[in-house]
Design a protein around this ligand. Structure first.
Ligand code: TYD
Length: 228
C-alpha cells in the first residue's frame, strides 16, 4: 500500500452514516424511503440527504453542476465543485447530525466522485483520494450499491422522467446526457470499489422491481447492524 492509500484506508467510517450509490435509474428513491422507515421504527432521528447538495449552499453548487445551459465544466472543475458541495454538506449537515446521535442516509457520497469523475471522466484516483482525506475526512459505515446494467438504467430513468414531471424538470440533466461508454466506466468503477472494500459495501441486484430492491436493502441494513 502507498502512503496515500494508507492515509485513505485510515479514514474513520461512522457507524450511523449510510450511503446509497448506483447509476441512473437504479431505484435509489424507493430504497431511501424504506431505509428511513426501518431506522425510524427504532425510534432514532434519521436525516436523509443527498449529493451533490444537502445544504443550502451545496444545493446551489448542485444546480451549477447539473445545468446544461452553460459551457461544460472541465473534468477538474466538475470534481472540485463536487468536493466544494461535499465539504459544505459534511460541515453543515452530516457531522452535526452524527454528533447529535442521528442516523444519516445520503443519496450518493464520495464513492460517486471516484465512479463518475474517476472512472467516467478518467481523473486520477490518487487526486480524488487526497481531496477525500483533506476535505471530507470520513466514510459511511455501510454503503449500498444498487447495481444495474446501463441499458436498463437508462430505460428506467426515461420512464421516471416521463411519469414524474417533478423529477424531470426540463429533461435530462447535464450528466444524464452522457453516452453509454461513460456509464459503463462508472458502473465498473463502482463495482471495483465494492470489491476492494467488502466490509463497507453491499452490492444489491437492482434489476429487480423497486420494492424488491428496497426489501433487500432493509435486509442488508439489518444484517449489518446485527454484525453479520
Ligand atoms: P441526481 O439527479 O441525484 O442523479 P441520480 O438520480 O442518478 O442520483 O444527480 C446527481 C448526478 O451527479 C448523477 O448523475 C451523479 C453525479 N455525481 C457525480 O458525478 N459525482 C459525485 O461526486 C456525485 C455526488 C454525483
Amino acid at each position: 500500500m502507498t502512503a496515500a492509500e494508507t492515509a485513505v484506508a485510515a479514514l474513520p467510517a461512522h457507524p450511523r452514516f449510510l450511503s446509497l450509490e448506483g447509476g441512473e435509474g437504479a431505484g435509489k428513491t424507493t430504497v431511501l424511503k424504506a431505509l428511513r422507515a426501518e431506522l425510524e421504527a427504532g425510534g432514532d432521528e434519521v436525516v436523509c440527504t443527498r449529493e451533490p447538495g444537502g445544504s443550502p449552499l451545496a444545493e446551489m453548487i448542485r444546480a451549477l453542476l447539473l445545468d446544461p445551459a452553460h459551457e461544460p465544466p472541465t473534468a477538474e472543475t466538475e470534481l472540485l465543485l463536487m468536493f466544494a458541495s461535499r465539504a459544505q454538506h459534511v460541515a453543515e449537515t452530516v457531522r452535526p447530525a452524527l454528533e447529535r446521535g442521528a442516523w444519516v442516509v445520503s443519496d450518493r457520497f464520495t464513492d460517486s466522485s471516484y465512479a463518475y469523475q474517476g472512472g467516467g471522466r478518467g481523473l486520477d484516483p490518487a487526486f480524488i483520494a487526497e481531496l477525500e482525506r483533506r476535505v471530507v475526512g470520513l466514510r459511511p459505515g455501510l454503503t449500498l450499491l444498487l447495481d444495474l446494467g446501463v441499458d436498463q438504467g437508462r430505460a428506467r430513468a426515461r420512464g421516471r422522467d416521463l411519469f414524474d414531471p417533478d423529477a424531470s424538470g426540463s429533461g435530462p440533466d447535464r450528466i444524464e446526457r452522457e453516452h453509454d461508454a461513460f456509464f459503463e466506466r462508472v458502473r465498473d468503477a463502482f463495482l471495483a470499489r465494492a470489491a476492494a472494500e467488502p466490509a463497507r459495501f453491499r452490492v444489491l441486484d437492482a434489476t429487480q422491481p423497486a420494492e424488491a430492491v428496497a426489501a433487500a436493502a432493509v435486509a442488508a441494513l439489518r444484517a449489518w447492524r446485527d454484525g453479520a
